[in-house]
Design a binder for this molecule. Structure first.
Ligand SMILES: *[C@@H]1O[C@H](CO)[C@@H](O)[C@H](O)[C@H]1NC(C)=O
Ligand SMILES: *[C@@H]1O[C@H](CO)[C@@H](O)[C@H](O)[C@H]1NC(C)=O
Ligand SMILES: *[C@@H]1O[C@H](CO)[C@@H](O)[C@H](O)[C@H]1NC(C)=O
Ligand SMILES: *[C@@H]1O[C@H](CO)[C@@H](O)[C@H](O)[C@H]1NC(C)=O
Ligand SMILES: *[C@@H]1O[C@H](CO)[C@@H](O)[C@H](O)[C@H]1NC(C)=O
Ligand SMILES: *[C@@H]1O[C@H](CO)[C@@H](O)[C@H](O)[C@H]1NC(C)=O
Ligand SMILES: *[C@@H]1O[C@H](CO)[C@@H](O)[C@H](O)[C@H]1NC(C)=O
Length: 465
């Protein structure tokens, strides 16, 4: 994939539009974070939270209104500590030194945002003011008359700081921390004591080392984005048991096998692309069938046989495992992916016939892009011919006789002679398929199976991945 290694927030396969509808702000962690990862969408939406809640009287714990004179010391960037009565409430008074201490650790600030972090108006944005850029306030459920910092959004600020510890973890009512495109690094602090926390975006920063352990116990997390950093090593199995709706781990240096716990993920959007993962796609993927919609495995070093179980993930809209070393025929179970729009298996070691039942999905389902180039397929099903013509199906650089732009015959012969590449062929189709399962339901399945058998050379015997 072009640009795969370039650490930019906007990439074809990290395509995410995050729309935060924080209508009810803090009450919103019961599902207000709406994430759309549309296939082919490349833009990452600015996800500045819009925090709107009914405005009450602007009075603090001490009942004082909040005028805000603040003589800032020019040059220093850190004004004098405001008097307690100048803060809206004690929560904000307690947060002032936290922000000032963090400000002192910041070593670059290309947009000059930290200059606004002075004075007592931490909730300036709530009143449409210009102080404390990046900080957003709301009323927490636990103290619903006390305005406090509910989310921090530093997206695109380009700030450099060696650590977030002692900062993010010091906002007791924090629900979101977004830090896309900064230069933060160091350890992710323990956030388990923040009861409302549900969204963490550390994408496109300078984090490195092993997977950040601190996120693993975050029970209420709905959104975790670690992409475009320099994390490496194995992903701990419990990560896939997180309650997240969206999990982005792409464009790091993660390696090792994708754990079998993969099947416990309740995520709708899961991206592990552009890492160094090895081993097979876990067969436990069948267990995600109620939730998984878009999954991107592309550009790793995944191997093994393409699991039959993928065809059981009913709601899949995007499946992308391109640019790996995955072998085998396409299981006929893929014909059951009625919602699939994009299926990318290009650049693997797949072989046999491109199943007619999969090509039929362009007619009976939603398939509009079937990328199978750079494999070893030797033929295509009847309905696939049309798709090649209409450019829905790309089968360039395969082993299909009579087709343009195919591999040299010798390369194909060598591949087909190598038994180490062979996988079992599973003809079973675990769903009713129009045109296959009727008219006479009895005869249809064996016919489809025989069809597949007859053309899917070579075939392994028994066993799985
Ligand atoms: C705000 O407080 C003032 C005095 O403390 C009171 O007169 C006024 O009605 C309050 N306004 C609202 C909207 O509660
Ligand atoms: C802040 O801006 C919003 C949207 O522009 C507007 O609805 C609201 O009335 C403004 N509030 C204040 C205090 O100006
Ligand atoms: C605020 O909290 C009180 C008591 O916990 C509750 O009765 C009230 O409905 C809450 N108000 C809002 C706006 O959530
Ligand atoms: C981080 O800093 C480096 C060097 O100063 C810069 O090249 C890079 O663009 C920065 N990254 C981000 C995401 O701002
Ligand atoms: C990124 O982190 C490395 C250490 O992990 C550090 O040497 C480098 O200066 C950091 N880059 C920026 C721009 O902060
Ligand atoms: C299936 O998912 C559930 C949670 O949704 C999990 O408890 C179970 O271990 C998973 N099973 C497999 C085989 O992945
Ligand atoms: C189909 O998908 C492949 C792989 O994701 C992509 O490279 C190609 O541009 C797509 N084609 C169309 C017409 O969208």
């Amino acid at each position: 994939m072009a640009g795969a290694a370039v650490p930019v927030p906007v990439s074809r396969h990290a395509a995410v539009v995050v729309v935060l509808v924080l209508a009810a702000a803090h009450g919103a962690f019961c599902g207000s974070s709406h994430v759309e990862l549309a296939a082919g969408v490349v833009a990452r939406g600015g996800n500045a939270p819009s925090l709107r809640a009914p405005r009450g009287n602007v009075t603090g714990a001490d009942g004082a209104p909040a005028p805000a004179p603040s003589g800032s010391l020019a040059g220093c960037g850190c004004g004098p500590r405001p008097a307690p009565w100048q803060f809206l409430n004690q929560k904000l008074e307690a947060l002032w030194p936290v922000i000032q201490a963090f400000k002192k650790t910041i070593t670059c600030d290309p947009l000059g945002v930290t200059a606004t972090w002075e004075g007592p108006d931490l909730c300036s944005s709530y009143f449409n003011g210009t102080k404390y850029k990046g900080f957003y306030c709301d009323f927490p459920p636990s103290a619903n008359t006390t305005l406090t910092v509910a989310s921090i959004d530093f997206n695109g600020f380009g700030l450099c700081a060696p650590s977030l510890a002692g900062f993010v973890d010091q906002f007791p009512d924090l629900a979101l921390f977004h830090a896309n495109s900064n230069n933060f690094s160091g350890d992710v602090p323990d956030l388990t004591h923040l009861p409302f926390f549900y969204e963490l975006d550390l994408s496109n920063n300078n984090f490195s080392g092993p997977f950040p352990d601190a996120v693993v116990p975050l029970g209420g997390l709905l959104f975790l984005d670690l992409r475009f950093n320099r994390y490496a090593g194995a992903v701990p199995p419990p990560v896939f048991a997180l309650t997240v709706e969206a999990l982005f781990l792409n464009n790091n240096g993660f390696d090792g096998r994708i754990p079998d716990s993969f099947g416990s993920t309740g995520a709708k959007y899961l991206v592990v692309a552009n890492n160094q993962f090895t081993g097979p796609i876990p067969r436990s993927i069948y267990n995600t069938s109620a939730t998984l919609s878009e999954v991107l495995f592309l550009n790793n070093r995944l191997s093994g046989c393409l699991p039959y179980e993928i065809g059981l993930v009913e709601g899949l809209a995007v499946f992308d495992a391109g640019g790996n070393e995955i072998a085998g025929p396409i299981p006929l179970s893929f014909g059951c992916l009625r919602d699939v729009e994009e299926l990318n298996l290009a650049g693997n070691q797949l072989y046999g016939q491109v199943p007619d039942v999969v090509c039929l999905l362009a007619k009976t389902g939603k398939l509009r892009n079937l990328s199978l180039s750079d494999n070893f397929f030797h033929s295509v099903g009847h309905h696939c011919m049309e798709l090649v013509r209409s450019r829905v199906l790309d089968v360039r650089r395969n082993c299909i006789l009579g087709f343009p732009d195919q591999r040299p015959p010798l390369e194909c012969a060598a591949f087909y002679a190598d038994p180490s590449k062979h996988c079992p062929f599973i003809p079973h189709i675990p769903c009713d398929l129009p045109g296959y399962h009727h008219p006479p339901a009895k005869a249809a399945l064996p016919a489809a199976a025989a069809h597949g058998h007859g053309h899917s050379q070579p075939q392994g015997q028994g066993g799985g991945n």
